[in-house]
Design a protein around this ligand. Structure first.
Ligand SMILES: Cc1cc2nc3c(=O)[nH]c(=O)nc-3n(C[C@H](O)[C@H](O)[C@H](O)COP(=O)(O)O)c2cc1C
Length: 336
């Protein structure tokens, strides 16, 4: 049976082009974030709580907002009101950038999937730090953990990637409960090479040296397209550098399940990614003690349970939330 969002909200949103629908939704949630009566309405969707402590943070429930939905951190109070147990904003880059030419988000409703090649369109670390500073002095800072996901600016050569990450890290760390290093988005040329042991080691070392007096948990977000050997190397480097968590996974470049006439260049997310990311979660939990945050193809209670069974401590939603709306949180929580 379809839920209220699927019956009444999704059809008008899906009649718009995907990016227009996205902007409209974010704009509404941004407005709601400044307006208490609207936040009270959003709270009516809240799922039951099931507190969990991980890397020293208290999560009211294990369902988080995945990076990319609120890249600029404009609607934190609204996400918390909807009942997300944690919110990850970004990807933020050191420099503001427009991203790739449009169109760059594509819906595949039959496959319950999206393909995107946004390319880290975002306001940049300076503007986002200012926005978060303003939110912090208001009374509206959310009472759930906030992660900030950082990535490399497109204009920065790969050899200078560390400096680019360091800039965003320094600008944003004070606002974050944890920082995610995104080294796995497929839409910034060369970015995924940062998963190579030497490059990852350099990056983790540099960020680790910056930790300061109040170090923040560092989380690494990886690609589902890593081979077993590559994954093993990533895990080793992460362990050596005291990484607090791994997000498995980002979108995939494996489009083998998509018919050629529907295909588009970019990262594939949603149902076709489900098994591949679950397999990675399983592999990481089997090989390492680093906690895993699962992301990829979570659409219902069953696909969420599968991630926990594979060893995930927390989960994150993106495409499932676009297709199933806020009631998905309650559906998952009621089943846990
Ligand atoms: C339109 C779109 C934009 C995204 N942007 C980002 C991003 O900026 N940074 C990031 O780390 N992941 C990004 N992702 C990946 C999601 O956070 C998530 O890891 C991935 O889509 C798999 O989860 P899902 O199947 O629930 O969508 C994006 C995904 C989509 C569909």
């Amino acid at each position: 049976m379809k839920n209220g969002y699927e019956l009444f909200v999704r059809p008008p949103l899906f009649s718009l082009d995907a990016e227009t629908a996205h902007h409209l939704t974010i704009e509404l949630l941004q407005k709601a974030s400044h307006f208490d009566p609207a936040l009270r309405v959003l709270r009516s969707f809240q799922p039951s709580s099931k507190p969990k402590t991980l890397f020293g943070l208290n999560f009211p429930n294990p369902i988080g907002l995945a990076a990319g939905l609120d890249k600029n951190g404009v609607a934190l109070p609204a996400w918390a009101a909807l009942g997300f147990g944690f919110i990850e904003i970004g990807t933020v880059t050191a420099k503001a950038q427009p991203g790739n030419p449009k169109p760059r988000i594509f819906r595949l409703p039959e496959q319950q999937a999206l393909i995107n090649r946004l390319g880290f369109n975002n306001d940049g670390a300076d503007a986002i730090a200012q926005r978060l500073a303003a939110l912090r002095v208001s009374a509206r800072w959310p009472d759930v953990p906030v992660g900030i996901n950082i990535g490399k600016s497109r204009a920065t050569p790969l050899e200078q990637a560390t400096d680019d990450y360091l800039y965003s890290f320094r600008m944003l760390r004070d606002f974050a409960d944890y920082i995610t290093l995104n080294i796995s988005s497929p839409n910034t040329p060369g970015l995924r090479e940062l998963q190579e042991p030497e490059k990852l080691s350099e990056l983790l070392h540099a960020i680790g040296n910056e930790a300061g007096t109040a170090p923040k948990p560092l989380v690494v977000k990886i690609s589902p397209d890593l081979s077993n050997t590559e994954l093993k190397a990533v895990l080793e480097v992460c362990s050596e550098n005291g990484v607090s968590g791994i997000i498995a996974t980002n979108t995939t470049l494996d489009h083998s399940s998509i018919a050629p006439q529907l295909d588009q260049a970019g990262g594939l997310s949603g149902a076709p990614l489900r098994d591949k990311s679950t397999a990675l979660v399983h592999e990481i939990a089997a090989r390492s003690t680093i906690p895993v945050i699962a992301s990829g193809g979570i659409f219902d209670a069953e696909s969420a349970a599968e991630k926990f069974q594979a060893g995930a401590q927390l989960i994150q939603l993106y495409t499932g939330f676009v297709y199933r709306g806020p009631q998905l949180l309650r559906e998952i929580m009621d089943s846990l």
